[in-house]
Design a protein. Structure first.
Length: 425
């Protein structure tokens, strides 16, 4: 047993986030009966902008949704971060990959959610809203979900936990990192030095960071690093003082931060570094942030979630036994997950820390050393999520950048070119 075709399963997916929606689509196409359980009465995305890397775009292309994502988002060619001396201390360019024409894709989380959720609706996949899942237990050779109102779900052949960082189905609550970030979606500045195909950041040691990412449709994601315990102090100081602080670090933001007139425009996001020790159990599997949460320094969260969904569908399509399929899923994904959990843990202190030493190491050793071959290529591979060869392991083709580039130049890029007074590089 184990190598035949899986019979159609009744599968419960907890959470209508990126991993849950992608898994629902992939498994529905295999003939499984899917029910998505969502705690909100109306599913909605949480967050502002994100980066879709080549690994994530490859999954979207397999789903037939890459073109729509590119039309909604904005191509990004390079990440550039400068310290207070104006020195580049973080540089990564997609041109150093062996994928001609490769780019990252800045996109609003709501746009990506909308693309996936619309596809789920078009497929007729059941979505049970208003179901706050707080537990799960085996029921014979199946498994049930327990809801906060005391009711339970019908028995399911498999439960997929895609409930994210706050999942109630993992044994331990998340331990939040000291630093989080204020996020907001703003209008892309029509004037100024900002280049739309560039994810830009500015750092004051590792204590302060401000960044700007184009996310398509005339919008940008703005973010400001902030220690969690200082959030109330930030609120008390008022917007005027904060705007001055931003401009002291990045003077060109003067007109940009003028868009902020109400603190409610900014949302404070907390992050956690957590890897669930047992991502698979009896008729249950954890994917995305429910399995592996990390800081956003490498911008891999949504991309890893998409790969998890694809890897799980691949594993279930290669066996007629659920337990064997879940073991296969771990063999497909665990190595890549462990590698990026380690990289993100190591990469966070040089950019978010109270101590001056990580920033000193970043500026004087890490940045200069990374410019020496093969440093530029290794940075691009790491940023793209390609370290550990995940596409090859999952049998995924690289995105078709020739056709996608044509789409981006016809839509997002031309929009940016009209909106920006600075020529694209």
């Amino acid at each position: 047993m184990g190598k035949g075709k899986m019979r159609p399963l009744e599968i419960a997916i907890v959470g209508c986030g990126i991993s849950g929606l992608a898994a629902a689509l992939l498994l529905h196409r295999q003939g499984h009966q899917i029910t998505l359980y969502e705690r909100f009465e109306a599913p909605r995305p949480v967050g502002s902008g994100l980066m879709i890397q080549p690994i994530g775009l490859a999954v979207l292309e397999a789903l037939g949704l890459a073109e729509r994502a590119v039309q909604k988002g904005a191509p990004v060619d390079k990440l550039l971060g400068l310290n207070t001396e104006g020195e580049p201390v973080l540089e990564a360019e997609y041109r150093h990959l062996t994928m001609p024409g490769a780019f990252g894709l800045g996109i609003h989380r709501a746009s990506l959610f909308g693309i996936l959720y619309e596809a789920v609706g078009s497929a007729g996949i059941a979505v049970a809203t208003g179901h706050d899942v707080e537990g799960s237990a085996p029921d014979g050779d199946k498994r049930r979900l327990a809801f906060a109102d005391g009711t339970t779900s019908p028995p399911h052949d498999l439960v997929i936990d895609a409930a994210g960082l706050g999942s109630q189905l993992v044994p331990k609550p998340p331990h939040y990192l000291p630093y989080g970030a204020l996020w907001a979606t703003i209008d892309w500045p029509a004037t100024g030095p900002f280049r739309p195909r560039l994810l830009e950041q500015r750092y004051a040691r590792a204590e302060q960071m401000v960044g700007l990412l184009s996310v398509g449709e005339g919008r940008a994601a703005f973010f400001w690093s902030l220690k969690g315990e200082r959030f109330e102090q930030w609120q008390d100081r008022g917007l005027a003082a904060w705007r001055d602080e931003v401009c002291a670090l990045w003077p060109e933001c003067k007109h940009l931060v003028g868009q902020f007139t109400d603190p409610a425009q900014l949302t404070f996001a907390r992050y956690a570094h957590r890897t669930t020790k047992e991502p698979v159990g009896e008729r249950i599997v954890h994917i995305g942030d429910a399995w592996h949460a990390a800081s956003p320094q490498l911008g891999q969260g949504a991309n890893m979630a998409l790969l998890d969904a694809y890897g799980l569908a691949m594993a279930l399509g290669q066996s007629d036994d659920v337990a064997i399929a879940l073991s296969r899923f771990l063999s497909l994904r665990a190595g890549h997950v462990k590698l990026y959990q380690w990289l993100t843990r190591w990469f966070t202190p040089p950019f978010q820390s109270d101590s001056p030493w990580p920033a000193i190491f970043r500026d004087h050793f890490m940045a200069p050393g990374s410019r020496i071959a093969p440093g530029p290529r290794l940075k691009a591979i790491t940023l793209a999520g390609l370290a550990g060869a995940p596409l090859q392991k999952l049998g995924l083709a690289a995105p078709d950048y020739d056709s996608l580039s044509a789409l981006s130049s016809d839509s997002a890029s031309s929009t940016w070119a009209r909106a920006s007074s600075v020529p694209q590089s």
